[in-house]
Write a protein that binds this ligand. Structure first.
Ligand SMILES: [Zn+2]
Length: 320
């Protein structure tokens, strides 16, 4: 995890990299910003910095400290989440406070990542204040919150506030491409646009959007063996609504048709839908369909009119 892994936020990254090179990061930071904007990504990066043992640029990403931090198994990085009951209540804060004075196990310093700090009650924040006022050496507290305004002024004034903003849509799309190489470019771009560059929200949208496309692909496949053309026309007509959706449905259809071919050969690991659909068509027809669908997916790479395309798709899928 490097500072460059965080998309956008150039000014903040510049400031942090200066502070990191000078080994002068503050002992307490509050990372604020909307849900999905990268608060945890930045918190993990700062934690890696604190446990990195490299003499050069930190975090180096290769020392045992960095490797353990990336796997979430570093004994000197402690994480508590305000969303989990009791993790940031007054008793937990007192435990964190006394633990902070114990020497690190193996790293140059210790890190406490406190997520969703707006869930901390005033009493817990006051208990926390004591350790912020007299911080033990080589300990870093990284808090996250939607807004630092939700924390007591006394806590805020003893911490450095780092505000994160969503990157531009194109920067977000670049990151999403790396995180979800299995998803088409159109879907990635569309989700980045829909979520205003918020990467976390785009990832959620991509994950939830898959169901609709899967359903549409199954409807099309299911309508192929029907005697009447009507169901297939309705099902393939749905992809005319937008290009990203059409591409995603065709991607699903490609996967489904090859799974149906495998099912026709008796593959035990084929899904129940594929097994059921494969039973309705001959193997010869399934194999032909597979290549027809692959070709149809290629055709979508050309900027075709989607209404013509869905009519054409309907015709090629029905031709024996
Ligand atoms: Zn390192």
């Amino acid at each position: 995890m490097q500072l460059s892994d965080l998309a956008g936020n150039e000014e903040l990254k510049y400031e942090l990299s200066e502070a990191m090179s000078a080994r002068s990061l503050p002992h307490a930071v509050i990372i604020e910003g909307e849900k999905g904007v990268g608060k945890r990504t930045l918190a993990s990066m700062l934690a890696s910095y604190a446990v990195c043992t490299s003499e050069g640029v930190r975090p180096c990403g290769v020392c045992s400290g960095c490797v353990k931090a990336a796997k979430n198994i570093h004994p000197d990085i402690f994480t508590a989440d305000g969303m989990n009951s009791g993790e940031l209540n007054i008793e937990s804060i007192r435990r964190i406070r006394s633990d902070a004075y114990i020497k690190p196990n193996e790293a140059p310093g210790k890190v406490y990542i406190l997520l969703n700090c707006e869930k901390m009650l005033a009493a817990a924040q006051n208990a926390f204040l004591k350790v912020l006022e007299e911080p033990p050496e080589n300990v870093m507290f990284i808090m996250t919150a939607l807004s630092s305004a939700n924390l007591l002024q006394t806590v805020r004034s003893r911490s450095r506030i780092l505000t994160l903003y969503p990157p531009s849509v194109s920067e977000a799309a670049e990151v999403l491409k790396k995180l979800r190489p299995d998803v088409s470019q159109e879907i990635i771009l569309q989700s980045a646009v829909d979520c205003g560059g918020n990467i976390g929200a785009s990832l959620e949208l991509i994950a939830s959007g898959g169901e609709e496309e899967k359903k549409a692909a199954e409807e099309i496949f299911r309508a192929i063996p029907q005697t009447s053309e009507y169901d297939l026309m309705v099902a393939s007509g749905k992809i005319a609504q937008n290009r990203a959706f059409a591409v995603a449905v065709l991607d699903r259809l490609c996967g489904l048709s090859s799974e149906c071919v495998r099912a026709s050969y008796g593959a035990a690991d084929a899904g129940s839908t594929a097994k059921e659909l494969a039973g309705k068509l001959s193997r010869k027809r399934l194999i032909k369909l597979q290549s027809t669908i692959l070709h149809a997916r290629d055709v979508l790479n050309i900027n075709v009119n989607l209404n013509f395309y869905s009519t054409w798709l309907c015709a090629v899928l029905r031709s024996e």
